[in-house]
Design a protein around this ligand. Structure first.
Ligand SMILES: Cc1cc2nc3c(=O)[nH]c(=O)nc-3n(C[C@H](O)[C@H](O)[C@H](O)COP(=O)(O)OP(=O)(O)OC[C@H]3O[C@@H](n4cnc5c(N)ncnc54)[C@H](O)[C@@H]3O)c2cc1C
Length: 496
């Protein structure tokens, strides 16, 4: 499937073939006069879904084969495959609040406003074939949660558009249980047949050659050999965990940290790898009744059991009026990790903090491109304790919702989750898998800024970053659709 013509001398080299990378490669190669090379560390399974691993297609579960670390902690999960994390994710699509756009326009200018991004949001939705959750994919649990949410005063809203808080179903890039990933959507057979597009799978980006404030080439490990690929413009799209490590290996990052690893500092940018932001979540398990287990078993036998198909955008006491800072997510089905005896399922409700204040980091453990980086999400660690207070407030709302559904699953004995001591709450925290912020955009004068509003790296000509890492704050949403829309917008910005 890979076009392996001589890997050098392109107009644009897109480094990282994930969600943003697939958008960039497709849009930039629309002009037949522009040669584009897409470089992805993971495999390219080609244009025909029939040639892809079954697990990657099955939208009923989160596959964990095509990832960077098979046995790492949950917060380290990231895809290594053409199509990126859209091949292993929940295929949910939601949009954030007006507060997100206010934060992004402050950092990157008007192109990040809700109005300016709107055409790109619509373009991405169309290309990904997004559609609403059909009725027959709602389990008894999801249907009961929708009714309970309405009874508790949550209005039904469009989850994939800017708007008020409320409840509803997300939009899906999955049809009849098949996950339609960004590689299918953007690198379809017609796009792949363009003579000006080269796709290199199983090609690991090591580092860029940066001298005198310009990118001159990129070192790639391809078929066990080191090759140098050249282009007029390099666009990094290796994701929130991958992109800062490539920059640091290339000598762009915090000078002291580069020195620790014997890397010559070309541009001192302290923001590279800093300010990692992800949405923490706590799951409240309930005890399913025999009736709920039987209903879920029947749904599974029918091939239509999806663990979650509705959500609530809810507000804590800390949230500005008209917005939301929590997602409440009722789930019922096989556990995400581990197993239960046949006919038994896990049911409960998770709360996710959508606008965390806590910040972590990504750093190198070594200068070896094959070595795993240090990833410290630092969830619920902000010094003011604001994040944990909002999670507690969300847990009270979870308990209220669960109480309204107790005929299907009973609350468990013991201290209610909202009243647990801080340490115990932190020990239960997981992630929503929406990390951003490690190459944040901002004006050149901002010491934490890595790129400008068009993704151009401060201090390096011919180098851009276009992926989730440039978002300075995580939206009050799942991040796939915002990243798709941002990549659509920045692909256009690159060519005009
Ligand atoms: C388990 C999980 C579940 C999720 N569920 C949802 C969901 O339901 N809805 C939602 O909206 N969002 C979800 N997300 C988040 C969403 O998938 C991401 O926000 C989105 O994929 C980010 O796009 P990206 O292009 O920045 O990175 P990615 O899509 O992760 O792509 C990065 C790509 O770069 C490649 N790469 C990295 N380093 C190198 C290198 N050195 N050389 C070559 N290639 C490299 C990787 O292999 C990968 O293909 C989920 C994420 C995960 C991990």
């Amino acid at each position: 499937m890979t076009n392996s013509s001589t890997p050098t001398g392109y107009d644009v080299a897109v480094l990282g073939g994930g969600v943003a990378g697939c958008v960039l490669a497709a849009r930039l190669s629309e002009d037949p006069g522009r040669s584009v090379c897409l470089v992805e560390a993971g495999p390219d399974h080609g244009p025909r879904p029939a040639d892809w691993p079954r697990k990657v297609l099955d939208a009923r579960a989160l596959p964990r084969d095509d990832v960077w670390e098979r046995h790492g902690a949950a917060h380290r999960i990231r895809a290594r495959i053409l199509g990126g994390s859209s091949c292993i994710n929940g295929a949910w699509n939601t949009w954030g609040s007006h507060a997100d756009h206010a934060e992004w326009t402050r950092a990157g200018g008007e192109r990040w406003s809700a109005t300016a991004l709107e055409p790109y949001r619509l373009r991405a939705m169309e290309r990904m074939g997004l559609r609403a959750v059909p009725d027959d994919e709602l389990s008894v649990w999801a249907s009961a949660a929708l009714l309970a949410a309405r009874d508790l005063g949550h209005e039904e809203v469009d989850m994939a558009a800017p708007g008020p808080p409320g409840c509803g179903r997300p939009l899906l890039n999955a049809v009849d249980g098949l996950r339609f990933n960004a590689a299918f959507a953007y690198l379809d057979p017609a796009t792949r047949s363009r003579p000006n597009l080269t796709i290199l799978g199983d090609a690991l980006v090591d580092r860029l050659d940066i001298r005198s404030g310009r990118a001159h080439g990129v070192r790639v490990v391809l078929g066990g050999r080191q090759v140098t690929l050249t282009a007029d413009t390099y666009v990094l799209a290796c994701g929130t965990f991958g992109t800062p490590t490539v920059l640091m290996r290339s000598g762009v990052g915090p000078a002291a940290h580069l020195k620790e690893h014997g890397i010559r500092c070309e541009v001192n940018l302290p923001g590279v790898g800093a300010d990692l932001s992800d949405q923490p979540g706590v799951f409240v398990p309930l005890s399913p009744t025999r009736e709920l287990n039987a209903a879920l078993a029947a749904k599974e036998a029918d091939g239509k059991l999806y663990v979650s198909r509705m959500l609530i955008r809810a507000a804590s006491a800390y949230c500005p009026d008209g917005s939301w800072d929590l997602h409440l997510l009722p789930t019922a089905g096989p556990p995400l990790f581990g197993g239960l005896p046949p006919g038994q399922y896990e049911a409960g409700v998770s709360v996710f903090l959508m606008k965390p204040a806590s910040r972590g980091h990504v750093r190198l453990r070594s200068a070896d491109p094959a070595g795993p980086p240090e990833i410290a999400p630092a969830l619920l660690t902000d010094p003011d304790g604001r994040d944990i207070a909002i999670v507690r407030s969300g847990l009270e709302q979870v308990e209220e919702l669960a109480s309204a559904m107790k005929s299907l699953a009973a609350p468990r004995a013991g201290t209610p989750a909202h009243a647990l001591p801080d340490d115990e709450l932190r020990s239960r925290v997981g992630t929503y898998w929406h990390p951003v912020g490690t190459c944040a955009m901002g004006p050149a004068g901002d010491p934490r800024a890595v790129v400008d509003g068009q993704g151009a790296v401060h201090g390096v000509a011919g180098l851009r970053v276009v992926d989730a890492s440039i978002l300075p704050t995580v939206p009050a949403a799942n991040t796939q659709l915002p990243v798709l829309a941002a990549a659509e917008m920045l692909a256009e910005a690159l060519t005009t």
